[in-house]
Design a protein around this ligand. Structure first.
Ligand code: TPP
Length: 381
């Protein structure tokens, strides 16, 4: 009989001791813990979660039809992604990992620019030089992710230390995956955060898997949150598929950081429902039953029931949102695919303030070749 190599990951979130849960699986809220957010905030949360779900679905299908090279979804992680960033002020900084592009919706980042980055075209603000999913917007205080796992944490802690030294009243939010907590950068950042107590909130999206390695093979700790204790600061564990719990935990941590109370580490217990990225086939290492159990804990559906009971959700409103989001994505794809690649002339930009003569010579040479290519279709040798 063949031996199964599929190791179970994490259990779906249940009301367990030590984990903050406010929304019950049936969509009712614990009355003692319900943050009673204003209707407008609840609607914004729903819209942003829905936008992330739809954007992921559309971009994965764009990748499957060969129109973008790579994509990493946050399907199943919408509450954890949107809820952690929701309480930030616009001046606060976000240091995302692969799955936090959706937080840009909270800062009204145009979808067309996200699509442009995924294509790497002439509209792309990073001029086609980054892998897809590396959105970047210094004006909205959103720092491009680094593909190198766990580096987000030292970057975030360093930025927070700088803010503290300068007296800049901002909070920094940094993200990591469960796999990232096995990397040395995680421990370096946690130690600096504990020692210097800068205004930082460090979030681990524990989505059960680091590509094919389950969380239980990353650590012997009972929880990831408890690792903060060793570094001398607070760690909290949250049902990451419960948007009200995530917002509540994140708001407490952000307010604490802003008022000089130092760092907090938040573990959001959630699940990566699709492949690690468009290059991965998760059916090779995990059971369909596990995925199904988590699909039943869908964070959007759970929140939808809560909104409906409050009279804040209707099928018509949902359809209107879906239409608006899809139209914006379709327009972004049309514009993005028509834009063409970034001009060759930009290849030498942004490295030196004043281009050195030797590079200027190469730039002119390249431009001459580019012109010649336009003439007869061939590069002169
Ligand atoms: C330092 C480093 N080692 C290995 C990799 C290859 N790699 C890319 S993503 C990934 C797994 C990440 O898992 P996790 O931190 O749990 O985040 P998730 O992708 O599940 O959100 C690995 C090993 C890398 N990018 N950087």
């Amino acid at each position: 009989m063949p031996v199964s190599t599929k190791i179970p990951a994490t259990k779906p979130p249940a009301a367990e001791p030590g984990m903050l849960q406010i929304l019950r699986p049936d969509g009712t809220a614990d009355p003692a813990l319900d943050p009673k957010l204003p209707a407008e905030e609840l609607r914004t949360l729903y819209r942003c979660m829905l936008q992330l779900r739809i954007f992921d679905t559309r971009m994965l299908s764009l990748q499957r039809s060969g129109r973008i090279g790579f994509y990493g979804t946050a399907t199943g992680q919408e509450a954890s992604t949107i809820g952690t960033a929701f309480p930030l002020k616009p001046e606060d900084w976000i240091f995302p990992a692969l799955r936090e592009g959706g937080t840009l919706a909270l800062r009204n980042y145009p979808i067309r620019l996200m699509v442009a980055q995924l294509i790497g075209n002439a509209i792309d603000v990073v001029k086609g030089r980054q892998m897809p999913c590396h959105y970047s917007d210094p004006e909205r205080h959103y720092v491009s992710m680094s593909s190198v796992i766990a580096t987000q944490f030292p970057h975030a802690v360093g930025a927070a230390m700088a803010a503290k030294i300068k007296g800049d009243p901002v909070v920094i939010l940094g993200y990591i995956g469960d796999g990232g907590t096995s990397a040395s950068d995680f421990h370096v950042a946690m130690n600096f955060a504990g020692v210097y107590k800068p205004p930082v909130v460090l979030v681990c999206q524990n989505n059960g898997w680091a590509i094919s390695v389950p969380t239980c093979a990353q650590t012997s700790s009972e929880t990831i949150a408890q690792k903060a204790v060793a570094y001398g600061f607070e760690g909290v564990r949250v049902d990451g598929n419960d948007i009200l719990a995530v917002v509540t935990a994140s708001r407490r941590a952000i307010d604490k950081a802003r008022s000089g109370g130092g760092p907090t580490f938040i573990e959001c217990v959630t699940y990566r429902r699709l492949g690690h990225s468009s290059s991965d086939d998760p059916t090779r290492y995990r059971d369909a039953a596990e995925v199904k159990a988590w699909e039943e804990k869908d964070p959007i559906e759970r929140f939808r029931k809560y909104l409906e009971a409050k009279g804040l959700w209707s099928a018509a409103w949902h359809e209107q949102l879906e239409t608006e989001i899809n139209e914006e994505i379709t327009a972004g794809i049309r514009e993005g695919e028509a834009a063409g690649p970034p001009p060759v002339s930009t290849l030498f930009d942004d490295v030196y303030r004043d281009c050195p003569p030797v590079l200027e010579e190469q730039r002119q040479d390249l431009l001459r070749q580019d012109e010649a290519k336009k003439g007869d279709g061939a590069f002169p040798l």
